[in-house]
Design a binder for this molecule. Structure first.
Ligand SMILES: *[C@@H]1O[C@H](CO)[C@@H](O)[C@H](O)[C@H]1NC(C)=O
Ligand SMILES: *[C@@H]1O[C@H](CO)[C@@H](O)[C@H](O)[C@H]1NC(C)=O
Length: 657
């Protein structure tokens, strides 16, 4: 495989590209087919342009698209094929239905290289990230659904397309995430694995959370974990939904629990595992591992570092399959060449509790969890630091979640979001390395907003562990490390009670919950009881619940490495005022509505120059190179489809790669 790619690179460089203007060092890659054998995608991007290369096990046509939701309708699609004569036909298309996509009047994708090798077709093409028209989708940070298809044969005419049948699919990718892999591994890199041991996955329930304890191996003094990788047993890609590694608030005896495993609901689940609430690694289905930035590493083996870790594996056995034995887990790569900083991993958002309550029938309901500045500030003061640098973000939620956004507020002014995903996909949740580190200072608020759609639900959705329950979690990877592990909030139960009509509320020690004191007909009821017996959901009540998220009092959780479980309990009942109103919200600039800036203009010039350079060198490639001159499309400057098709002679046949 490696040899193949090297050869590919050479031919691509010879046929179309000059070494000066276009690099073909792809920074990202993924298989799009679930078997990981037929359809291989690589990509790279800069501030304006994204370049893809597909290698597909067919000599027929290949399709690739950017979809709003994984469906073909509304997708921006390219199709291409290489004829036996070595000519490539390549079109920018647009699908308005699940039918042959129409050729786009404005051809905005540029073919850069193409070829066949006897079994596979490859196409390399690029596009501006933002195109500002209705038939091309803007490519943004966050999750993008890509769709793919191919056919065994080339069409008989250049613009024709036969139906691809079952050789098609969709998957989610973070196209604009930071680099997946960075630099080289130090020579002394070693790995430690935390794996399940042929665990017989239950088949009666769909959702199963398995917990397995691990004694952290003796690594001989302080080391830095510099990367983690998922170890998913082949064939179990759809079954293993997420794997988290937790450290514990209490000091547990690692020897007692090494290799011990329990389902969450097991009556034998060790009581002291309940303090294992410090997430240090979070991997979700579809995601890749992550290599930490070069100045940071996760400390292991030093005094105070965890000696015991609890691994949570979420099995999602949708098909109720029997007889599955799973040995998936997590691999940590570590080195003794210590980096400058210890990495910290902090959980933001909401506690996974029933005080996250989402009414049914909502098209868009926003839950809000706040990290209050006093919590952050105290943690920074303990370390004698004034700021932390955030290098990565990871969102976690369940099926009803549609959007996730981590807001960052300083003195009432909102700064650019730490992360925003407008296309959240339960089946694809990945730790994203930020393009640029973000400083969080003392006094800043970090507010996680999770948007849900419950139109298809009839019951209230609560925070909880089951797949059909919800979560609203955001993790930030940062340095320097602090003792702070959780900085979150949920609406306070009293705020919900007020929304349900209570005019007086008190804490009942007997019920260990807040109960209504007034009006009399509700007296003594808890939130759970009221919701069960009194609430019939209507627009007004939905609206009130929505207001509770934003203006209601909260219970704030500020949990440190050395916090006690009692402290945590106390925080759950204490009432806090909601965060102050954001005076100036952050607005993403809509590049399609703002006038062209000089930077764009100068980059157009730069491109043109390099095109001339290409033209000079590869006279025969004039035509395609000229087309590339229009890559910097502006609103007025579309390349109109002329009658001659996009035709590009790759010459790859002759060299046979
Ligand atoms: C063509 O390339 C693919 C790699 O994607 C490789 O697996 C295959 O063996 C190659 N076929 C030939 C005939 O070289
Ligand atoms: C909200 O919390 C504050 C601070 O604890 C308290 O003074 C206030 O009465 C609470 N408001 C409501 C409506 O419970």
């Amino acid at each position: 495989m490696a040899a193949f790619r090297t050869r590919l690179f050479v031919v691509a460089a010879v046929t179309v590209m000059s070494a000066t203007c276009l690099e073909t060092t792809f920074t990202h890659s993924a298989y799009l087919d679930s078997a990981h054998e037929k359809y291989y995608l690589q990509w790279m991007y800069d501030a304006d342009i994204i370049t893809f290369r597909v290698e597909v096990a067919t000599l027929g046509y290949v399709g690739f698209g950017i979809s709003p939701n994984g469906d073909m309708t509304g997708s921006d699609i390219v199709t291409g094929f290489v004829t036996d004569q070595g000519d490539t036909f390549f079109y920018d298309r647009y699908a308005t239905a699940r039918a042959t996509p129409t050729i786009d009047a404005s051809q905005d994708w540029t073919l850069e290289a193409s070829g066949e090798n006897g079994t596979h077709t490859f196409l390399q093409f690029s596009r501006n990230l933002v195109l500002c028209d209705d038939t091309d989708r803007t490519i943004k940070a966050g999750t993008t659904r890509v769709i793919w298809a191919y056919h065994e044969e080339d069409p008989r005419h250049d613009t024709e397309l036969m139906y691809h049948g079952e050789t098609r699919g969709a998957r989610s990718l973070m196209l604009l995430s930071g680099p997946q892999l960075t630099g080289e591994m130090p020579e002394d890199v070693q790995s430690m694995e935390f794996l399940n041991d042929a665990y017989a996955v239950p088949y009666k329930r769909v959702t199963n959370y398995l917990y397995r304890g691990f004694k952290v191996p003796d690594v001989g003094g302080k080391k830095h974990v510099i990367a983690f990788e998922p170890v998913v047993q082949p064939g179990h890609e759809g079954l293993v939904h997420h794997i988290f590694l937790y450290a514990c608030l209490e000091d547990l005896n690692p020897d007692l629990y090494d290799g011990v495993q329990h389902l969450r609901q097991s009556p034998d689940y060790p009581e002291d595992w309940r303090s294992c609430k410090v997430t240090i690694i979070a991997w979700d289905v579809g995601g890749a591992g992550i290599h930490y930035p070069e100045q940071v590493g996760l400390s292991v083996g030093a005094p105070g570092d965890p000696t015991f870790l609890l691994m949570e594996t979420h099995y999602n056995n949708v098909q109720h399959k029997k007889g599955i034995k799973d040995s998936s887990g997590i691999r940590l790569l570590y080195t003794s060449q210590l980096r400058e900083y210890d990495l910290g991993f902090m959980q933001l958002g909401m506690e996974v509790r029933r005080t996250q309550a989402i009414p049914p029938g909502c098209q868009s309901f926003v839950s809000v969890g706040t990290c209050y500045p006093d919590c952050l500030e105290n943690a920074m003061e303990e370390e004698s630091i004034d700021k932390i640098n955030v290098v990565g973000v990871h969102f976690h939620a369940h099926l009803a979640a549609r959007k996730m956004r981590m807001r960052h507020v300083r003195n009432g002014v909102e700064l650019p979001w730490l992360g925003s995903d407008e296309n959240f996909d339960f089946n694809f949740q990945q730790t994203v390395r930020l393009q640029r580190e973000v400083e969080v200072l003392k006094g800043d608020y970090l507010i996680l907003e999770c948007t849900y759609n419950t139109e298809d639900r009839r019951e209230t959705t609560y925070g909880g562990a089951r797949t059909q329950d919800e979560m609203c979690l955001g993790h930030i990877l940062h340095y320097p490390n602090m003792k702070l592990r959780r900085c979150k909030s949920n609406p306070h139960r009293a705020a919900y009670l007020a929304a349900l009509g209570a005019t007086g509320v008190t804490f009942s020690a007997a019920k260990n919950d807040f109960v209504v004191t007034r009006p009399p007909h509700m007296a003594g009821k808890t939130m759970k009881k009221l919701l069960h017996h009194f609430a019939s959901w209507n627009e007004e009540l939905r609206q009130k619940f929505q207001e509770v998220q934003i203006t209601g009092n909260t219970s704030a959780i500020c949990l440190k490495k050395d916090s006690s479980y009692e402290e945590y309990h106390q925080q759950k009942v204490t009432m806090r005022e909601p965060p102050p109103v954001i005076l100036r919200p952050y607005k993403e600039t809509d590049v399609c509505k703002t006038p062209r800036t000089s930077t764009v203009a100068s980059s157009v010039k730069l491109r043109k120059e390099s095109n001339e350079y290409i033209n000079g060198i590869h006279g025969a490639k004039r035509k395609s190179a000229r087309k590339r001159g229009s890559r910097r499309k502006t609103r007025k400057n579309h390349r109109k489809l002329n009658l001659s098709p996009w035709r590009h002679h790759s010459g790859a046949r002759k060299t046979g790669w």
